[in-house]
Design a binder for this molecule. Structure first.
Ligand SMILES: [Zn+2]
Length: 344
């Protein structure tokens, strides 16, 4: 993986994860160290109600429910109703159908009893919507960063985008190449030829902060904004534990050897279907050797400098990723607790 390109990610404290529904608040645009903004994409208020996926009759009834709402995804963009300054991502089933033919519709679950679906539009239909003044088409990163919609909508939008994106890339059986059919409310594709069953996949990515005492290592991707530094990251490979993936990626990207690896938190990252697994790692060597094919720059930062970056007070205007990003919180946890993050 291009190591630092997908690090504008988010997280919540581990302690908040079991009570995710209660931690959603409006995200802070001015990060302060004494607040704890929530990460985007997780903490969904939509209960997945997976038992309904195999119940065609119930799914049909739910789709006709007066409270049913549909999130409409067009490849990399979300279709939003533009009502003055307000942007609303939830369409009635009839409104969604009027936007164009859906390639797939997925049952996302129930929001306080109200059915929620995701609909993936054909790219040609998406093109036609771009000229409409009553709609806005915005990518999901921008929606999260700008707080463009009410925060409760962001996790189901991520759920819809990830699973619909999987459908778009898995129309044919990888076993025998026959066209597959959508089943289970959009949560499986079956092959009519070889009878294989295919499930939406999630790709694990480790994202980590190597730490030595009061210092840690951040890196920069060429694609980052000029002043932004972030955690290192990379895909976990087949046959690898999280800890092994962390140690390998750190060694490959910056040439450091790590010993202890401590899990911090995770975050769904639907670009297209990753799960970011945030960790702190104990670096036991100091000499950085950068893999320029992966990252542009990497260096050691002390906690004081990191604090200035987190609060946007750094004299050279260096920054960390925004507070919606898990990288921000991995870094912040180190600023708050120092090397204790390795033993907590
Ligand atoms: Zn097949």
């Amino acid at each position: 993986m291009d190591a630092l390109t997908s690090l504008v990610v988010q997280r919540t404290r581990l302690t908040s994860m079991s009570g995710a529904a209660s931690i959603w608040r409006k995200m802070s645009k001015e990060p302060e160290l004494n607040s704890l903004p929530s990460q985007a994409y997780s903490g969904s208020l939509v209960e997945r109600a997976a038992t309904y996926r195999s119940d065609e009759a119930t799914l049909t009834t739910l789709a006709q429910d007066a409270r049913a709402g549909v999130y409409v995804i067009g490849d990399d963009v979300v279709v939003l109703k533009a009502q003055g300054v307000e942007l609303d991502p939830l369409f009635s089933p009839a409104e969604a159908r009027a936007l164009g033919a859906a390639r797939e519709t997925v049952f996302l679950g129930l929001s306080d009893g109200a059915p929620r679906f995701g609909a993936g539009l054909d790219p040609a239909a998406v093109e036609l919507l771009k000229a409409r003044g009553d709609l806005k088409l915005i990518d999901l990163r921008t929606i999260a960063v700008q707080g463009a919609v009410t925060t409760e909508h962001v996790p189901p939008l991520a759920e819809a985008k990830a699973v619909l994106g999987w459908h778009a890339r898995h129309r044919f059986c990888p076993n025998c190449a026959a066209a597959t059919r959508v089943t289970q409310g959009g949560w499986r594709r079956d092959c009519p030829n070889c009878k294989a069953e295919h499930f939406p996949r999630t790709d694990p990515v480790v994202i980590m902060l190597p730490i030595a005492g009061e210092r840690c290592v951040l890196g920069r991707s060429p694609r980052f904004p000029q002043t932004m530094w972030s955690c290192l990251a990379g895909f976990a490979e087949p046959g690898e534990s999280i800890e092994e993936a962390v140690r390998r990626e750190v060694a490959e990207e910056v040439g450091l050897i790590c010993a202890r690896v401590k899990y911090f938190a995770s975050q769904p990252w639907p670009f297209p279907s990753s799960l970011m697994i945030g960790c702190h790692a104990e670096a036991v060597t100091e000499n950085i050797v950068i893999d320029r094919s992966e990252i542009e720059e990497a260096r050691w930062f002390d906690r004081e400098e990191l604090s200035l970056m987190l609060t946007r007070k750094h004299p050279e205007r260096l920054t960390t990723p925004p507070s919606i990003a898990i990288a921000h919180h991995i870094i912040r946890d180190f600023v708050d607790h120092g090397a204790d993050v390795l033993v907590q």
